[in-house]
Write a protein that binds this ligand. Structure first.
Ligand SMILES: [Zn+2]
Length: 324
C-alpha cells in the first residue's frame, strides 16, 4: 500500500456528521471524480445522470454511503474491470433522473430554476466557502478525488490534479484561507496544484482530518532529520581528520627539511623531541602527541613547538631558494 492510499483509507473512515460538510465534500467529489450528463437513446434518453468513477473501492463505498445515508438516495454501485488497462479495477457509483438532480442541487452544481439543467456549475457555493468546516470537507473531497502524495521517506510531495481551472481556483481559495499559497502547473490537460514542504503538507493533512497520516509523517520527518544530522556530523569528522592529516604531512616535511639541512640537531632539545615524537606518530592529534613528550605538554605547547619547527624549516627553504 502506498502512503497516498493509506491516507485515503484513513479519510474514508472518518465519521461524517454535519450535513453542510457532507454537501461540501460531495461537491468536491462531483468536481473531481464524476461524470455528469444526459443519457441518449431508448427510454432512458434525456435522463440526467451523475456517475462517480474512482479507483479506490473504499472511496467508492464512502460515496455510496454518503449518497444513501445522508442524502437518502438509491445509488447503484459496481466494480468495473478495465481489460484495456491490464485488468485495473474502478468503482462506479451512479444516480440517475430526479436523484441526480437532488444530488446536483445539494452540492450547488445546479439550481432548481435552471430550465434545461444543462449548466453545471463548478464554483464553490458561497456558504460552503465561508465556513471553515465546509472548506476542510471540500479539500478532503478534492484530495480523495484527485489527490496523491509521495512516500515521505523519499520526498515531501502532495498533488491535487484538478480537471478544471475553476476547481483549481476553489482549491487555491480554500488553501489561501489557511495561509497556504500553493503553486500549480499544467499536466496532460490537468491543472496540478503541488505542495513540496513538509510543514505545509502536515497542515493540509490536519485540515482534512488525516490525523494518523500527520503522526506518521512527523515520525518519518524526525527520522530523516536525525539521519541528516548524523551525516553532517560524520562529514564534519571526515573534514577534521583530513585537515589534521594535511597538517601532519606539512610537519613531517618541515622536519625532513631541517634534518637534510643539518639544522635539526642544532635546535633546542624540546624541538628535537617534538620532531621525534611527530615522526613516530604521524597520525596522532596534537593532544596525544603532547602526552608522549617528557615532560608532557598541552595542545598549545605542541602547537607552539611545531610552529617553531615550521619557521625554522621555512628559513632553511628560503636560504636554499636564495642560493639556487
Ligand atoms: Zn460544514
Amino acid at each position: 500500500m502506498s502512503f497516498s492510499s493509506d491516507v485515503k483509507e484513513e479519510l474514508c473512515r472518518i465519521p461524517r456528521e454535519r450535513s453542510c460538510c457532507v454537501a461540501s465534500e460531495l461537491a468536491a467529489l462531483v468536481h473531481t471524480s464524476a461524470n455528469v450528463g444526459w443519457m441518449t437513446g431508448g427510454k432512458a434518453g434525456g435522463r440526467l445522470f451523475v456517475n462517480f468513477s474512482v479507483e479506490s473501492l473504499p472511496l467508492g463505498r464512502t460515496i455510496y454511503s454518503l449518497l444513501k445515508v445522508k442524502l437518502h438516495l438509491q445509488p447503484a454501485i459496481h466494480v468495473v474491470e478495465h481489460a484495456r488497462f491490464g485488468g485495473r479495477k474502478s468503482c462506479e457509483v451512479r444516480v440517475e433522473g430526479d436523484e441526480a438532480k437532488v444530488l446536483l442541487m445539494t452540492v450547488g452544481a445546479m439550481e432548481e430554476h435552471d430550465p434545461d439543467w444543462k449548466v453545471l456549475r463548478r464554483h464553490m457555493p458561497r456558504p460552503q466557502l465561508s465556513r471553515t468546516c465546509c472548506r476542510r470537507a471540500y479539500l478532503r473531497g478534492v484530495f480523495l478525488g484527485c489527490g496523491s502524495m509521495g512516500a515521505p521517506e523519499k520526498s515531501y510531495q502532495m498533488e491535487l490534479a484538478a480537471v478544471d481551472p475553476v476547481i483549481r481556483e476553489n482549491v487555491q481559495r480554500v488553501l489561501e484561507s489557511a495561509d497556504i499559497y500553493a503553486r500549480w502547473y499544467e499536466r496532460r490537460e490537468k491543472q496540478v496544484i503541488y505542495l513540496k514542504e513538509a510543514d505545509t503538507i502536515v497542515s493540509v493533512l490536519a485540515m482534512i482530518g488525516a490525523h494518523r497520516a500527520v503522526t506518521d509523517l512527523e515520525a518519518v520527518r524526525i527520522k530523516r532529520q536525525v539521519r541528516s544530522s548524523a551525516t553532517r556530523a560524520a562529514n564534519c569528522d571526515m573534514h577534521n581528520t583530513e585537515k589534521s592529516m594535511k597538517a601532519s604531512a606539512q610537519q613531517l616535511s618541515d622536519i625532513e627539511t631541517l634534518e637534510k639541512a643539518g639544522v635539526l640537531s642544532t635546535l633546542p632539545e624540546p624541538l628535537q623531541e617534538m620532531a621525534r615524537v611527530r615522526r613516530a606518530y604521524p597520525e596522532l592529534s596534537l593532544d596525544e602527541i603532547g602526552i608522549r613528550c617528557r615532560p608532557a605538554v598541552g595542545k598549545s605547547g605542541v602547537n607552539h613547538r611545531l610552529r617553531r619547527l615550521h619557521e625554522a624549516a621555512e628559513q632553511v627553504r628560503g636560504t636554499a631558494a636564495d642560493i639556487s
